[in-house]
Write a protein that binds this ligand. Structure first.
Ligand SMILES: *[C@@H]1O[C@H](CO)[C@@H](O)[C@H](O)[C@H]1NC(C)=O
Ligand SMILES: *[C@@H]1O[C@H](CO)[C@@H](O)[C@H](O)[C@H]1NC(C)=O
Length: 244
């Protein structure tokens, strides 16, 4: 019994010994490895293919963009084709970049410079509209700026005048339909001239302030003596206003 008992483990040992030869399963393992390798190769192949397809698609996009740019350049280079098309939807888009140079102000404003004429007997300064002047949302008539839109306005004026002779008085006035026949003084400049100044001396006045103005109010610059105003430079004499 005891022998048999001992023999059992030996049999087990032999069994385990005989199990060593069945190493051949290793070739099976290499087969599995080979299969895995093949799978990895396949996956790599698929990845490489995807990368190539990606490159191809990218190339197509670049070519498409380049071609698009070329055709749009051709379009702008060829105004005849644009003219032939007439008022097309594409035209405003091509003209848009030019807009900022002629951008309109958002609110009424005016800046006028003096012409070469001195004020007449009524003392109202005259202004000219030239390249330096701006007029938007206001009407300029006989030296007056006529308000078209009620609101708060900053009104300003500067004049150059002779420092010799009688006192110089400059006023910014408004004529409103609410007070018939009467003009209201908004701003006043007064300077007593003295005889001790050098001949040909000049001074300049400046007036500015904020006022609430109604539609049809007429704002203008008035001087007590027009012969005192010096008109040698249009940048020296100006009148303007803008809505706040
Ligand atoms: C205006 O000024 C001129 C020149 O200084 C002077 O001769 C003339 O008398 C003045 N006129 C008035 C109305 O003050
Ligand atoms: C101001 O308005 C009144 C009445 O409408 C008019 O008689 C007068 O000539 C105006 N004055 C000016 C300087 O516009």
């Amino acid at each position: 019994m005891a022998d048999g008992y001992v023999s059992y483990p030996s049999v087990f040992v032999v069994d385990s010994g005989t199990k060593l030869p069945p190493l051949p399963p290793k070739p099976g393992q290499t087969r599995i490895q080979n299969r895995r390798n093949r799978q990895i190769q396949n996956i790599l192949l698929v990845l490489v293919c995807l990368a190539l397809i990606g490159l191809l698609v990218e190339g197509c996009f670049i070519y498409y963009l380049h071609w698009n740019n070329k055709t749009s350049e051709d379009k702008s280079d060829n105004p005849q084709t644009e003219a032939r098309r007439g008022p097309n939807e594409e035209n405003p888009i091509t003209k848009k970049p030019k807009l900022p140079t002629i951008l309109h102000p958002s609110k009424p404003l005016a800046h006028l410079t003096a012409g070469d004429k001195k004020p007449k007997k009524d003392g109202i300064m005259e202004w000219k509209e030239n390249g330096d002047s701006i007029l938007y949302g206001l009407i300029h008539r006989d030296g007056k700026l006529i308000v078209q839109k009620e609101g708060y306005y900053y009104v300003y004026s500067k004049l150059s005048y002779s420092a010799e002779g009688p006192p110089f008085i400059q006023m910014v006035k408004k004529n409103t339909t609410r007070y018939l026949g009467n003009s209201i003084t908004l701003l006043t400049y007064y300077r007593h001239n003295s005889n001790s100044v050098h001949k040909g001396s000049m001074r300049s006045s400046f007036l500015g302030g904020v006022f609430h103005l109604y539609k049809e109010d007429a704002v203008f610059v008035h001087v007590n003596n027009g012969t005192l105003v010096r008109l040698h430079n249009s940048a020296d004499n100006f009148f303007g206003m803008f809505m706040l």
